[in-house]
Design a protein around this ligand. Sequence first.
Ligand code: F6R
Length: 243
Amino acid sequence: MKFVIMPDYDQMSRAAADAIVEQLTDKPDSVLGLATGSTPIGMYASLVSDVEAGKVSFADVSTFNLDEYLGLEPTHDQSYRYFMNDNLFDHVDIDKARTHVPSGIGDAMEEICEDYEAKIALAGGIDLQVLGIGNNGHIGFNEPREDFPVMTHTIDLTESTIEANSRLFDSIDEVPRQAVTMGIGTIMGARRIIVVANGKGKAGIVAQAFTGPVVPEVPASVLQLHPNVTVFLDAEAASELDM
Ligand code: F6R
């Protein structure tokens, strides 16, 4: 596990975007696994600037997002499909047909999950997976529990995640209680993983996840077992790391 610690959020975002530019320069038809949330917004903005400047192209890229809320239509402004269109896909030269966000709509969720796994396999697996980390150590929506769920599945969100995500909704009652997420096995199957985290609020969980024991109660701790992970932090998020 490699750490890149930058003085502030903007520089952390730039450094993480550079890792993606490097990936796409080496392999223009890369399969990217993508995350939503507040943390990667600056990284996506940097990538949009890079495409505008002709520094990188998404023309041959395929993407698979980590997760989606159950019950939110793709047009809902808090759905993760909407987020991805708004922060990246609408502003770069990507073929939208090659962008995938698991559907949280419909009764056949088991089929949707199996189909998502099959599509990732058919695309050749994920070359580079982007992750944020939740306050409780979740990655994707893999919440703390007693085991590591392997494949894409549906889950009940924990109270702490519902509360953390309520900042983006008009009221906490509007936050969906369930989601669909790639599993820990899906994430660990990526050839390379980058994690982004910023701010003092993430310092404790960053230290716990990346220097503490590997336990499913801190889902991100499993990343210590992956051979190719780079963690991009700003100084605040790195402040409790004892290297
Ligand atoms: C989002 C996702 C989540 C977030 C995490 C951190 O697709 O998978 O695991 O990465 O909740 O969110 P922020 O960046 O908003 O702190």
